[in-house]
Write a protein that binds this ligand. Structure first.
Ligand SMILES: Cc1cc2nc3c(=O)[nH]c(=O)nc-3n(C[C@H](O)[C@H](O)[C@H](O)COP(=O)(O)OP(=O)(O)OC[C@H]3O[C@@H](n4cnc5c(N)ncnc54)[C@H](O)[C@@H]3O)c2cc1C
Length: 413
């Protein structure tokens, strides 16, 4: 059988911009909006059909590590409140549909050049310098040229293909935190449990022990959550499914994980029916566009955030994002969650500057840090703030005519 083929294509250049942001999740939105608001010509490429990444395509809530932050974190809090789409659990849950509409409005207001339904495929390299990215969509293959590329794909797709070194998984065996397919239900009992999330655990987990007829033997996670969406109507997002030993940056494994997770959704709905006297007569309202990948590649940068930085505290001179969220590890090989105290640390800009390739930044969950550090800074409030810093620093470097690496070394002195 044919093993591979060589293909030569004439590829049109779609446009040339100052800053090309790849991936429109929390990090990408932060980067693109910030750079555009500073006057840069920004193109934002996203393979989903809407902006927001896990916020919207993944159907998650709440917005962790948001309340302590100014900037776009604050802007989103305020604008979602105006839409009556903010509050509820720990005062930081939101409605993903309203988030989708809001991000679209913000992108239009900032005059972002947005390209949805578009996969960023390969970097366009000149030696060790990235000059742009080949993209693919309904129009075919095109090249977008840029002075600086910011990889906000979550998986570090472009940085890895450009030749940047990266790490994966936990140190002992490279295993990843499991993936989760969130889902939305309707008909949840209107009385909100006193303590939101934690009050649901007994309903979802321990009550079956007291009532053997409702026993469900293979709950895939020890803390399944029902997260009520602000507003009337008894709608909630459910974090229940957990798929282990699958890689989020492998197309085959991602597909298999998604299919297996859907079976777990069916099982969960069957279980909810058994406990309807507690939870309400719930029904399946919506499945997300994508399965949620907690971790994949961590692109090695000028600085790797260490376990000690998180557990003992770290406040470097080039800090760009204060992380307060605790270390939250959904265990790779068992149905458990391990939580460790975060002493409070700042992400240094150096961790967004990958080794070996010039004109490239990362932001979001693919930046440079240890397995434990990642388990803290991966939440959306932090990814957004990292993105804002990446967008701002890209503009500074362009305006001063220096590379982002030179800028980061200057800031770290
Ligand atoms: C199940 C689950 C539940 C979570 N719960 C919470 C929670 O309650 N609160 C919280 O704050 N955080 C939560 N997190 C963590 C958080 O969602 C992620 O770590 C965060 O969204 C990462 O942001 P990001 O911008 O780096 O990546 P993402 O949100 O993953 O966004 C990446 C974007 O890039 C796009 N993309 C990827 N590759 C390409 C490509 N090659 N070309 C074009 N586009 C591409 C994707 O479509 C996506 O839109 C959860 C994570 C998971 C998986």
């Amino acid at each position: 059988m044919l093993k591979s083929v060589k293909q030569t294509l004439e590829i049109p250049v779609r446009n040339e911009c100052d800053v090309l942001v790849v991936g429109a999740g929390p990090a990408g939105m932060g980067a693109a909006l910030t750079a555009a608001r500073k006057g840069a010509r920004v193109t934002l490429v996203e393979y989903g059909g809407k902006l927001g990444g896990m916020w919207t395509l993944g159907l998650l809530s709440p917005f962790f590590d948001n309340l302590n932050k100014p900037g776009i974190n604050q802007e989103l809090r305020e604008k979602l409140s105006e839409r009556k789409a903010w509050g509820g659990l720990w005062n930081m849950a939101y409605d993903p549909s309203q988030m989708t509409l809001l991000l679209n409005q913000m992108a239009l207001d900032a005059k972002l050049d947005v390209l949805l339904y578009t996969t960023a495929c390969e970097p366009y390299m000149d030696g060790n310098e990235i000059r742009g990215v080949f993209v693919q969509n309904k129009s075919g293959r095109q090249l977008i040229l840029a002075k600086i590329v910011i990889d906000c794909t979550g998986d570090g797709d472009i940085a890895a293909r450009a030749g940047c070194p990266f790490e994966v998984g936990r140190p002992e065996d490279g295993a990843f935190q499991p993936m989760t397919l969130m889902f939305k239900i309707g008909g949840v009992r209107e009385e909100y449990p006193r303590d939101g999330i934690t009050d649901w655990y007994p309903v979802l987990q321990y009550r079956n022990r007291a009532n053997p007829e409702t026993l469900i033997e293979d709950v895939p996670f020890d803390k399944p959550c029902i997260i009520k969406i602000p507003g009337p109507g008894g709608q909630a997002l459910v974090q229940w499914t957990h798929i282990r030993f699958h890689k989020g940056h492998d197309g085959e494994e991602l597909t298999h994980a998604t299919q297996m997770a859907m079976l777990q959704v069916e099982k969960a709905m069957g279980y909810f029916h058994q406990v309807r006297d507690f939870i309400g007569d719930v029904y399946l309202l919506e499945l997300p566009a994508v399965i949620g990948v907690r971790e994949s590649r961590r692109i090695t940068g000028e600085y790797i955030i260490s376990d000690d930085d998180v557990l003992k505290g770290f406040h470097p001179v080039d800090g760009i994002c204060d992380v307060h969220f605790g270390v939250d590890i959904h265990e790779p090989s068992k149905a458990k969650q391990t939580n460790l105290r975060n002493a409070g640390f700042d992400i240094p800009f150096r961790s967004l500057v990958p080794l070996k390739v010039e004109n490239l930044l990362t932001a979001g969950r693919c930046i440079s840090g240890s397995f434990i550090a990642h388990a803290s800074y991966r939440v959306t409030g932090d990814c957004l703030m990292m993105g804002e810093a990446a967008g701002a620093k890209a503009c500074d470097a362009i305006n001063r005519g220096i590379t982002v690496r030179e800028l980061s070394r200057e800031l770290a002195k």
